[in-house]
Design a binder for this molecule. Structure first.
Ligand code: NAD
Ligand code: DAU
Length: 362
């Protein structure tokens, strides 16, 4: 078929970031076709793309990226030019419980996708964009030390981050060996609507709204560098269209916060909106320090100078306002959160993860 400027396969488009990307890009680029390729694992939610599901430049395909035959067939049938690759097992606590699943999806799945695209899209002039993480660089000391740059050596700590590092290496190898046009972006911690309630913010917001304990790992002084998911997606759009072939771009919004500070902020915001708990207690009284996550990196921080200077990107969300808006989103979407939490699979995960930390379930 002709008529589209680009024919872009977006893997993992029913996930948190892939869904946000499609909600922004499908209306922004009506000249491009977006083919959402997703296996619909526990982490998927078709509601994330409901807003664009009926657009003429959007198609959904249920395909597992580990299935070579299905991937080749799908990329070929849609004459795919470009791939934006989000699909992954993305949660560190699960990587401790089921590490091989991370190797299968993130490493083998990425190799399979790359090789399928190499064969199918040869000569299309398209690009392979790997969505990666700042975790490939390992941990920074809490005091001092600049943020990760694109030349910081890889030093991953967890099965998740090691699998993403391996995938980055594969993407670079396919560029150097086969001359493919690839770009890699390494981003820090995202937050915003529709994040699955196993990650820090949705766990804390939904527990605080229900008056349940707030399980903070270790001493709560681990630092994460937060970015609103829409700012991340704007950066991805620029890199796909204007980034230099073979290049890596780090993405971050200069927003480093210790976990305990962030959880306390969330409690204040929720107390303001919902009133205090019975007895006049703040939700901060629900905070409970629980045994640490093994391999828990102390601090992440991104130096985003390259993408700011080369591509003119900057984040448009102000952190405090975006955090309040995110809390309000979860307050008005409690049914979506409860739906994510009600599967046997989710309960089994939560019991193992939090049960092993304190014997109590989140
Ligand atoms: P997510 O867990 O919310 O979504 C992952 C999606 O991939 C789901 O829709 C799932 O069904 C799909 N998927 C999983 N295995 C698949 C397979 N074998 N075949 C096809 N589809 C499959 O993930 P997310 O938080 O949206 O992260 C998306 C990407 O961004 C990941 O590659 C992650 O490593 C990266 N990243 C995430 C963050 C973050 O803060 N969440 C930060 C930096 C980078
Ligand atoms: O840095 C980018 C990465 O950010 C992405 O590559 C990952 O896909 C994404 O999951 C995220 O990884 P983290 O492990 O940093 O995110 P998570 O939300 O799981 O945890 C954030 C911090 O909060 C981390 O220091 C662990 C802590 N934590 C997390 C949970 C779920 C708690 O203290 N309690 C919790 O219940």
């Amino acid at each position: 078929m002709s008529g589209w400027r680009r024919r872009i396969a977006v893997t993992g488009g029913c996930g948190f970031i892939g869904g946000a990307y499609l909600r922004q890009m499908v209306p922004r680029h009506p000249e491009d076709l977006y083919v959402n390729i997703d296996a619909l694992t526990y982490a998927a939610s078709p509601e994330r793309v409901a807003a664009v599901a009926h657009e003429g430049n959007y198609v959904f395909e249920r395909v597992d990226i580990r299935d070579t035959k299905a991937v080749v067939e799908c990329l070929g049938r849609h004459s795919i030019t470009d791939v934006v690759h989000f699909a992954a097992e993305s949660h560190n606590d699960r990587a401790i419980l089921t590490p091989l699943r991370f190797v299968e999806t993130n490493v083998v799945g990425t190799a399979n996708l790359l090789e399928s695209w190499r064969v199918v899209a040869k000569g299309s002039g398209g690009r392979f964009h790997h969505i990666s993480t700042d975790e490939v660089y390992g941990s920074l000391p809490i005091e001092g030390g600049e943020g990760f740059t694109e030349s910081t050596p890889y030093d991953p700590s967890s099965p998740y981050s090691a699998s993403k590092a391996a995938a980055d290496h594969l993407v670079r190898a396919w560029h150097r060996t086969f001359g493919l046009d690839v770009v890699i972006t390494n981003c820090s911690n995202n937050f915003g609507p529709f994040q699955f309630p196993e990650k820090l913010l949705p766990v804390m917001i939904s527990n605080a709204l229900s008056g349940r304990r707030l399980p903070v790992y270790g001493d709560g002084m681990n630092v994460r560098d937060w970015i609103h998911v829409e700012d991340h997606c704007d950066a991805l759009d620029l890199v796909l269209r204007q980034g230099r072939a073979g290049r890596t771009y780090n993405i971050g919004a200069d927003c480093e916060i210790p976990n305990i500070t962030l959880v306390t902020m969330l409690c204040e915001i929720i107390d303001q909106r919902e009133g205090p708990l019975p007895g006049g207690r703040s939700r901060a009284s629900l905070i409970e320090f629980v045994p640490d996550r093994p391999g828990h990196d102390r601090r992440y921080a991104i130096d985003a100078s390259r993408i700011r200077e080369e591509l003119g990107w900057s984040p448009r969300h102000e952190f405090r306002q975006a955090l309040e808006d995110t809390v309000d989103w979860y307050r008005t979407h409690r049914a979506w959160v409860e739906n994510c939490q009600k599967s046997d699979e989710f309960r089994a995960y939560a019991e193992r993860n939090y049960g092993e930390r304190s014997g109590d379930v989140s």
